[in-house]
Design a protein around this ligand. Sequence first.
Ligand SMILES: [Zn+2]
Length: 279
Amino acid sequence: MAADGRILVLAASTRALCESARRRHDLWPTAAAAVGRTLTAAALLALPLDPGGSITISIRGDGPLGGVVATADPRGHVRGYAHHPHTDLPPRPDGKLDVGGAVGRRGLVRVARDLGRGQAYTGSAPLVSGEIAEDVTSYLWRSEQVPSLVALGVLVGSGGRVRAAGGLLLQLLPDAPPEAAERLEANVARMAALTSALDQERTPEEIASVVVGDYGLRLTSRQALSFHCGCSRVRLLRALRGLPASERAELRAQPDGVEVTCRFCARRYRFPGEDLPPP
Ligand SMILES: [Zn+2]
């Protein structure tokens, strides 16, 4: 928190999380940046939720990546994927990965908040740039009317590995100082690049502290983040049971059984025909 509890500040280093996603899905550099930014945004938005809640961000643009989906819960479990993981574009003139070009500039960002106990809330907003941070910021202002600032960054090193990644989310609570939005925005803009700060091993706390400046940062909680998917054989079988009877019959008739890949974590499950639900 900053400004005596009137500004919510969330900062994350997500290198390990993004590198885990890159390896699982064999993400090429531009796709790795797009997925990494979306995973980071989901992780940050999920942290203030009550236990049992979760958040899903779906970004669907008209670019070659097709779309990105990320889900996170307040325990720091995050998972996600891109429709076309083998997407890589030439870098932009400023040397940054062209995430906006991969996502596309026309489309929608959709956010579903599952508040637990069966309550859900879904909203959407048009994409602004496809660069993810701007799109999520615009969504928070337009659809949830929460004055927010979001910065996200993923640095892909040689060999395609994620070298640094992280994000910042600042939200002005109803009694926040009136000039805070402008001042924080200027501070975020001044902080040259989030990824270079993370690459220099600055901690999320240090970065948050620089950004809030005079408003004074007070650390209230800390949460480990990890790539975690709740999929299992039992869950997938339950999903297969929901298929139409004709499709179930077809699957059972496969002589070598079937292989099902979880979209979120790319884990593969093999089911012999007799294990599959009968039509
Ligand atoms: Zn999974």
